[in-house]
Design a protein around this ligand. Structure first.
Ligand code: GAL
Length: 746
């Protein structure tokens, strides 16, 4: 490059906003030879006859020899103008990020060895593999090894001892990183007596590519009004972080619908990186003080089975409940709205329930559908796994159950309290009966307590000899276990494949659909022969198209995925991609189960952390699970819920989508770049529509563009279900990973 253009480039950089991203050269392929010769390291070697192969697949899968052989990759590169400028700085390093190499390598820059990992075979000494090691080689700058304004050659000699070798995980990346480029941000928020704070943790990794051991600079936070993008407050702090360490920073944040824009600027280079975070915002309007019914107007129960049901009614307490036309054999608890008793004969029993408090009264016409089907709407409740994992105890379960009532979640239909794995004792009783371990002094007592409140108790087992947590499973004791569940008053069984795989693998018909159905059919029959209704929840991660045969084994729901975790990739992968084709299989009585909710505090026990889903991702999670008619099982301790999460879980109009009695699961209707529309028809003739933004930027969407795809002409009403308001326009800004959830009336 000529001097004058260098100067121009320098000026351009100075004038540019400080948000310039680190410049990286990325290579997805390289020239390759499956032979070995030391001249290949030389920059002047003529490799024009070599073929290009991908660095994202092993050379063995690209028709190159595989075993006990050497191969060479060569890449020609030139620095970008920005890199050329920086290549003269004393504190800088050239980073050659090669990813993993199977098995050993020697890497050369313009003929000079700059790094080696693993050991090549020598004489009768075998090679040593380092296939799993990420190669980050650096060259201190300025350096004679580097041709700053001309061609450079990176040559990698690779030895592969076994299998399909070579370089096959990441692209090859070449850069001159700034110190701030490596900074890792974890952004969350906290509530203090004075208001809320934005919490930022910045970790500076100990990377060979970082020029100084001290990251010094400023962290500036601009708080923007989400809708207008106007800055409403700005704060900044000096930072000084030693490489390999991290530091926490807190900034007082304004209330409202606010987005924080964070800019971290390195003091010496003035280079900066930025992140944004949309802070928690509550959309659900406060519930009226007068009584309001929030649950579906029907409940299915089998003839003669005990009824456990609680009317979900929000509003001031105390509240009294009364009914007119109550069928014989059924009682309504006047102070908590719990329905109990039983009805011997099939049929629809309709009556009116009234709830009264100091602010007024409300009534609901309600039908007990006595027949073969239970679970007429998806189950709502709580499960211990995502929070407590194997550290669950009866006290922890009761704490969540108690809070389900005290914090008002029971007023919105959450009614199952489910114990997951780790309640079982290490040995059965002498007669083979399953017993609980010392953490659960009395499951029967717990069931009685819950039934008194109109709530229900769930439990967990496996068709295998062991559960996934290596507790006792039901293999060989299925009948006995189903009878114990009946004795204790269990209302829900999650039956988890786990160690059944060991038995399955030895069976002659292993792998056939019949072999997958068998253990579930067996337990299904024993559950059905109990004189109580036990919701049957299959958990075998979707194997053998479980959705197609779940109803045949009398299942009420079937897990369709592996375990969820509290990340965007996990939740959105399960929700948007894995459920796409499953809508024909959901119906009253049997539901697809994309796994439990990951909102609030999770951790799989005993340590908990705030979900790593951003607030917008949580709105997406609940909206999508509602549209998908999924089981709504909360996976965090209810006694530790914050206001944001309560409002997320207790929006009656959103929950009504999940509990809609037509029981149709949403379909993906539109994929328009990052925007997806999912819709489900509702019992009242309207449809629920979720407009999701799966992209990395906030985006404005014109809803009317999609009317045709949704089969809508001129909607008579568009209601925003989170905000509970009717909308008079059709263009909205949808945050990154966020959603608008609508009810559209034709
Ligand atoms: C897994 C299951 C989880 C949880 C766990 C208990 O297989 O998918 O939801 O039940 O076992 O060990």
């Amino acid at each position: 490059m000529k001097k004058s253009s260098l100067l121009l480039a320098a000026m351009a950089i100075a004038a540019m906003p400080q948000m310039m991203a680190q410049e990286t050269l990325r290579f997805l392929s390289a020239r390759f030879s499956p032979t070995d010769n030391s001249t290949y390291s030389s920059p002047t070697f003529d490799d024009s006859g070599w073929r290009n192969i991908s660095v994202l697949q092993p050379w063995g899968t690209q028709n190159e020899r595989t075993n006990n052989e050497y191969g060479w990759y060569r890449i020609h590169f030139r620095l970008t103008p920005e890199m050329q400028l920086r290549s003269n700085g004393d504190a800088e390093k050239l980073l050659l990020d090669l990813g993993k190499i199977d098995d050993a390598d020697q890497t050369f820059l313009n003929g000079h060895l700059i790094g080696e990992t693993g050991v090549f075979p020598k004489g009768d000494k075998p090679y040593l593999t380092a296939w799993d090691q990420h190669r980050n080689y650096t060259v201190d700058l300025p350096s004679d090894l580097l041709n700053t304004d001309g061609d450079n050659v990176l040559a990698i000699r690779v030895y592969n001892g076994n299998g399909d070798g070579g370089k096959y995980d990441t692209p090859i990346r070449i850069s001159i990183p700034y110190d701030v480029d490596g900074a890792e941000f974890t952004i969350s928020e906290s509530q203090t007596p004075k208001g809320r704070n934005l919490k930022v943790n910045i970790a500076q990794p100990q990377s060979p590519a970082i020029a100084s051991d001290q990251l010094k600079g400023t962290l500036k936070v601009d708080f923007l009004d989400f809708d207008s993008d106007k800055v409403i407050a700005s704060r900044s702090k000096k930072i000084n972080i030693t490489a390999g360490k991290s530091k926490d920073f807190e900034f007082a944040a304004p209330e409202g619908n606010v987005k924080a824009l964070l800019t971290l600027t390195d003091a010496s280079s003035k280079h900066s990186v930025s992140r944004s975070y949309h802070m928690k915002y509550i959309l659900t309007p406060a519930a009226p003080e007068a009584p309001r019914f929030n649950t579906a107007p029907l409940f299915g129960v089998r003839p003669g089975s005990p009824i456990h049901f609680r009317f979900g009614v929000s509003g001031n307490r105390p509240m009294t409940f009364s009914a007119s036309g109550l069928p014989e054999g059924v009682k309504l608890n006047a102070s908590n709205g719990a329905l109990s008793g039983s009805i011997p004969a099939e049929g629809d029993y309709t009556f009116t329930v009234t709830a009264k408090n100091d602010k007024g009264s409300a009534s609901q016409q309600f039908t007990l559908k006595v027949g073969d089907k239970i679970a007429l709407t998806p189950p709502m409740g709580w499960n211990s796994w995502n929070c407590w994992g194997l550290s669950v105890t009866q006290d922890k379960v009761w704490a969540s159950a108690q809070s389900l009532i005290d914090k008002g979640l029971a007023d919105y239909g959450y009614s199952y309290i489910n114990i997951d794995d780790a309640w079982e004792a290490p040995e059965r009783a002498i007669d083979g009966t399953i017993v609980a371990n010392e953490k659960f002094p009395s499951i029967k007592h717990l069931a009685d307590q819950l039934h008194g409140e109109g709530l229900k108790l769930g439990i967990y087992s496996s068709p295998g000899a062991y559960t996934c947590g290596r507790y006792l499973g039901s293999l060989g004791h299925e009948k006995q276990d189903a009878e114990s569940y009946n004795d204790w008053g269990i209302d829900y069984l999650k039956y988890d494949w786990c160690d059944y795989g060991t038995k399955h693998d030895k069976e002659r018909d292993r792998g056939t659909v019949a072999s997958y159905i068998r253990p579930y059919m067996l337990m299904g029959e024993y559950l059905r022969s109990q004189p109580r209704d036990i919701f049957y929840s299959l958990c075998q991660y979707g194997m053998a198209d479980v959705q197609k045969w779940g109803p045949m084994v009398d299942a009420n729901s079937w897990r369709t995925t592996v375990d969820i975790t509290d990340t965007w990739d996990s939740m959105s992968g399960i929700g948007f991609f894995q459920q796409k084709d499953l809508y024909p299989y959901a119906a009253p009585g049997g539901w697809n189960d994309p796994d439990m909710l990951v909102v609030g505090k999770v951790g799989w026990g005993p340590q908990l952390h705030d979900t790593r889903l951003t607030p917008d991702e949580q709105y997406t999670h609940i909206s999508l699970w509602s549209l998908l008619a999924s089981n709504m099982l909360i996976g965090c301790p209810i006694d530790q819920l914050d206001d944001f999460t309560i409002n997320l879980l207790c929006n009656n109009e959103v929950n009504a989508v999940n509990q809609d009695i037509l029981g149709k699961q949403a379909r993906q209707i539109v994929v328009d770049g990052d925007i997806q529309l999912w819709a489900r028809p509702l019992a009242d003739g309207s449809q629920a529509v979720g407009i999701f933004n799966l992209g990395e930027k906030d985006t404005t969407v014109d809803f009317s563009r999609y009317f045709e795809a949704l089969g809508i002409k001129e909607p008579s009403n568009i209601r925003d279900l989170w905000r509970q308001t009717d909308l008079h326009d059709a263009e909205w800004k949808i945050p990154t990973h966020g959603v608008r959830l609508l009810k559209v009336t034709p």
